[in-house]
Design a protein around this ligand. Sequence first.
Ligand code: NAD
Length: 456
Amino acid sequence: MRHIPDQAEAQKQFFRDGKTLALSFRLDRLRDLRNLVSDNTDLLCRAVFHDFGKPEFEAYSTEIATVLHEIDYHLKHLKSWAKPKKVKGSLLTFPSGNRIYHQPYGSVLIIGAWNYPIRLVLHPLVGAISAGNTVFLKPSELAPETSKTVAGLIKKYFAPDYVTAVEGGAETARILLQLPPDYIFFTGSAKTGKLIMREAAEHLTPFTLELGGKSPAIVHQDADMETSARRIWWGKCMNSGQTCVAPDFVAVHKNAEPEFIRHSKAVLKSFCGNSATGAFPEVKIINDSHFQRLSALLSTADLILGGETNAEKRYIAPALVRADWNQRIMKEEVFGPILPMVVYDSLPELAGRLRDMPSPLALYLFTGSSDVRRDVIRNIPFGGGCINDTISHLGNPNLPFGGVGASGTGKYHGKYSFDTFSNEKSVLDKPVWVDPDFRYPPYTPAKLNLIKTFFS
Ligand code: NAD
């Protein structure tokens, strides 16, 4: 590969030459990306297994299938999205034609996190290609085998002047940020997100930040307890809790607590068997430092269920712990298979506490009541979520995905990805067959009276 600045210059030239603009080019490149994923599914799944033991079922369903689904959705709709959109004129601009054109930004940078190391770079790549950009991808260095595999495949399937994958950590990311790119799409922690935002401010670069946070699951007293427990633990156990939209903690109504614990016990037994690191997906904690962090959280926790650990294998069995709102485990993102449980007396009290916390990426509400749904959706800020389920909202490309406030800025998936990687250019087209002198100086009292009559 060329040096990064030379490669960036080549990408800029490729873009300036207009090579990414034709719809046929973009559709062909989406098909290339589809081939990259479908021809190399086994290779990609093996790479994530190598990095942290993600079982093939999870790797396929959460990383491969989701990217293929996104590509197919874009292949189906891109032609209509890319058409200039005619919009109505207004009284102030009559007569005129008014259209919105979608213009690619140019050379965009996509930085991914390690926990879904295929999806978090290839899913946004779909939108970047659809919108007509050239792309630098930086996969996470914490999943090195996947980073190497993705970078190798990008090189094989795409011209480097169009899409380039650059491997490395923070230092490499900083070099890429200083190019500077024309758009930054970042997935990762809030801490790094702040650094990205500072870098973007330096060059006034537009950006998306996909961050994390403490996403609550709320189990109200009228919920179907068995289904709630199964669906919450499904979301928590996926990828061993190392999922940005995993239920971080559960808030259970005081009347529902015994039932929730009873069903959690049954669910974990059915998922894991009796052993600490039983048959259930043995996704490892990504590295020793995260293993130590999670073990420290467990060591001071009031354990209700599970929580056995195996340091050598970096396994932690799913754990339910009783928590207090003021404990450390309720202050930081858990990002592991430990589910702190807090108990609430009333929804207004719970809503007050949740509003005092940084806005989460997701919220999951388990209830049978439409009034409770309405109140929670209306009164608590969160990026997106589900009623009576966890995580599934990510599976629908018609729903924009992203956070709010501390959990992120900007949305993607489906058309929202196309929009994210495009500048919506507004153009007013004025006919020349008529040109009343009403708006031109001199501004006579008669003109002023006329405009006031229109708008009063
Ligand atoms: P991270 O912020 O440590 O790293 C993310 C990426 O940023 C990596 O590619 C890394 O190399 C790069 N990076 C690290 N330091 C940098 C710096 N100083 N300057 C520029 N780039 C830098 O995050 P992580 O540990 O990989 O991911 C975990 C976090 O990501 C969690 O908070 C999780 O909730 C969040 N996350 C969010 C989403 C989402 O879609 N919203 C998805 C996955 C993970």
